[in-house]
Write a protein that binds this ligand. Structure first.
Ligand code: ASP
Length: 328
């Protein structure tokens, strides 16, 4: 337990998700996300007030598939504003697991504080047997309050493990350890109230990025196109005419058919190539079309976020985009 001298505040910002979901008693499917409010989430965690003073904010209460870039910007704004308060040690954001990795990466690029910002959620609704939400919330508050967590960028805490926002991803539709990071692995673990780190994120984040957003900003629109056998090329031209940029979720190391290649080579808007494969890396010297940018090891959904931020700042030349996709 912390002494009074050490006591600091952790701000819990709730957005909804399964962690705030309720359904039929005992069952883990067929529930509704985002029905409990933040005070009910906190009340379900014994001992949370022994770790830190808790301040609670409800930003929205939605299934995370209904998260929008407007909500992302509101989260960034809230964290930036409250991080100036000396009493605040860190932040926990409760969130649905479906798009948690996207929100985490967006915040990793846009918040301007080295205080810990930790996302968490749950795979089981609050009404199921062995709901995982209370433990995940408890561990997240411990990580957000820990001095060791500072300067490591936005983190995700889930099932005793600590992940970097850059590499975290949802890897199972049902498993209670669904949040993972593939080959990159976790950067730490948590036992009781102790955060134990074994790694640090190496790419630039938070205070060391060039990206700033504030309420009222509107992010450019980027569409992800998923390639599979016999994918229709018409969709490429249609999407290029409607969106500010494209991300291709290619097969293997960012590959696609000859027909796809012929059309993509003619596109003038920014095109970033990622992969539909879970683990791996696409290097710039391996891209099939000269005019495209390799996503490095970013997933299509994270590459889309970085491309939106780059387009917003008008950093759309090939050289700028290669620099950006190599830096973040
Ligand atoms: N559909 C839910 C959500 O993302 C899943 C979850 O939270 O685990 O909000």
């Amino acid at each position: 337990m912390k002494s009074d001298r050490d006591r600091r505040t952790v701000v819990i910002i709730a957005t909804g998700g399964t962690i705030a979901g309720t359904g039929r008693k005992g069952r883990e499917t067929g529930y509704t996300s985002g029905t409990l409010d933040v005070s009910e989430l906190i009340d379900a965690v014994p001992g949370i007030g022994e770790i830190a003073d808790i301040r609670a904010i409800q930003i929205c209460n939605v299934n995370s598939d209904d998260i929008t870039s407007k909500i992302w910007i509101e989260l960034t704004d809230t964290v930036n504003r409250l991080s100036r308060d000396e009493a605040v040690a860190g932040f926990v954001i409760t969130h649905g697991t479906d798009t948690m990795e996207e929100t985490a990466y967006f915040l990793n690029m846009t918040v301007k504080t080295d205080k810990p910002v930790v996302l968490t959620g749950s795979m089981r609704p609050s009404t199921s047997i062995s709901a995982d939400g209370p433990m995940n919330l408890y561990q997240s508050v411990c990580v957000a309050a820990a001095k060791e967590s500072r300067g490591k960028g936005v983190l995700v805490v889930f099932s005793n493990r600590i992940f970097s926002a850059r590499s975290v991803k949802k890897m199972s539709t049902y498993n209670v350890m669904a949040i993972s990071a593939g080959e990159a692995g976790c950067i730490g673990v948590i036992r009781d109230d102790e955060a134990i780190f074994h790694d640090v994120p190496t790419k630039s984040h938070t205070v060391n990025t060039e990206f700033n957003v504030r309420n009222g900003d509107i992010l450019p629109r980027v569409q992800i196109l998923y390639f599979a056998v016999d994918s229709d090329t018409g969709i490429l031209e249609y999407a290029a005419s409607r969106f500010d940029g494209l991300v291709i979720a290619g097969a293997g190391a960012g590959e696609f058919s000859r027909e796809y290649k012929d059309i993509i080579s003619t596109l003038r808007s920014p095109v970033v190539v990622s992969s539909r494969v879970n683990d791996g890396i696409i290097t710039q010297d391996a891209v099939l079309c000269e005019n495209t940018i390799a996503a490095n090891d970013l997933s299509p959904q994270k590459a889309a976020i970085l491309l939106r931020l780059a387009i917003m700042d008008r950093l759309t030349s090939k050289d700028e985009l290669i620099r950006i996709f190599g830096s973040y």
